[in-house]
Design a protein around this ligand. Structure first.
Ligand code: GGG
Length: 351
């Protein structure tokens, strides 16, 4: 029987609840589709940081490299650990260590979900550059705490990094609608963003069958809200992709629906799959979190592992549950718990 080793990192806050919920659905899908999932859970989180002084164990990245995939919940508990520490201690090192340069985030309305743009029928794939750019971590501070304090954060864009993520976008556009939007702010940022535009144009010449449009980030942010159906594959830098996918999440009904696949296509390394949302301390531990983003991320994980039929079955089961509208968490207008929504999706797999 085909077997996959999955590292589970529930993380902080609602991360534990949504990973438990998603695992229930993934296990049901595996049983129905004739493969096995073997999980090992890692307690890396802000609580781990408070106990051990690190978000993850020193050999954590090495241990993760033995897995086929990683399913992560949420990172951050700002009341005790600054977000900059937690993010740079867990999520960002995993993306960088495995060179997971593509962060693919699908945004579409599931049946029955009432987003703010009810009339629009959109189906977007935002591809965010995931290992460099504005989140490179290069920079520093001097004269700390004095009136002369200076903070510098350097964005790093390499030809290899920009070209490979754009190339992935062009390939995805070819598989989908044939339309690609490339995002910069090259009217204001004259080095990195002009460079991104140049690489876009070079690849556009190579992919003459793809209709490539360049947008400034402010213009495409507005377009996402006014005309989301006019966009299909959107490729953006780390920061711009991070921001645009929160807009994508909002128009698809909220962060509870937004899933994310961090992958290195063809790299032979474990991909990391996660909901876009964070730890949501305000609702943590109360069974209120919408598990669909993590379940959707689990479906993306199965697809990446080569179990496309099982991934598609999970999406269909989610659609059946949202379409019926009977079992829904409060953000979807219902009263069901996180576990009840997961149980409904698992049950729908059998229909
Ligand atoms: N689900 C993962 C998570 O907790 N993300 C929170 C976050 O702030 N992420 C920033 C990022 O994706 O770069």
């Amino acid at each position: 029987m085909r077997q996959y080793r999955i590292a589970l990192i529930p993380g902080d806050g609602i991360g534990t609840e949504v990973v438990d919920a998603a695992w229930q659905v993934l296990a049901a899908a595996a049983a129905r589709h004739g493969f096995a999932l073997a999980a090992e859970a890692f307690p890396w989180s802000c609580a781990h940081y408070l106990a051990h002084g690190r978000m993850m164990d020193a050999d954590g990245l090495e241990r993760l490299s033995a897995f086929d995939a990683i399913l992560l919940g949420a990172v951050g508990w700002p009341a005790t650990v600054p977000d900059s520490v937690s993010l740079h201690g867990l999520l960002l090192p995993i993306r960088k260590a495995f060179d997971l340069y593509v962060n693919a985030r699908p945004h579409r309305l599931l049946p029955g979900v009432r987003g703010p743009l009810r009339a629009e029928d959109f189906d977007l794939l935002v591809i965010r550059e995931n290992t460099e750019g504005e989140y490179s971590g290069a920079g520093g501070r001097v004269h700390v705490g004095t009136p002369h304090e200076v903070a510098v954060e350097t964005s790093i864009f390499t030809r290899r990094g920009v070209e490979r993520v754009l190339r992935h976008g062009f390939e995805q556009a070819r598989r989908r609608s044939g339309r690609l939007a490339s995002v910069t702010k090259s009217n204001a940022q004259k080095h990195t963003m002009v460079f991104w535009d140049e690489v876009t144009e070079q690849l556009a010449a190579e992919y003459a069958d793809v209709q490539c449009t360049r947008y400034h980030v402010d213009a495409i942010a507005a377009r996402l809200i006014t005309h989301p159906a006019s966009l299909d594959v959107v490729v953006a830098s780390n920061l711009f992709g991070d921001i645009l996918t929160d807009i994508g999440a909002a128009i698809q009904g909220g962060l509870g629906f937004a899933a994310s696949a961090n992958v290195n296509p063809g790299g032979g390394v474990p991909g990391m799959f996660e909901p876009v949302h964070g730890s949501a301390p305000d609702i943590a531990g109360r069974g209120l979190a919408n598990p669909l983003a993590t379940i959707w991320a689990g479906a993306l994980m199965l697809e990446h592992l080569g179990e496309a039929a099982a991934g598609a079955a999970i999406i269909a089961a989610m659609e059946a549950v949202t379409g019926a509208g009977r079992v829904a968490t409060p953000d979807m207008g219902g009263r069901a718990s996180t576990a009840e929504v997961a149980a409904a999706v698992a049950a729908a797999l059998a229909d």
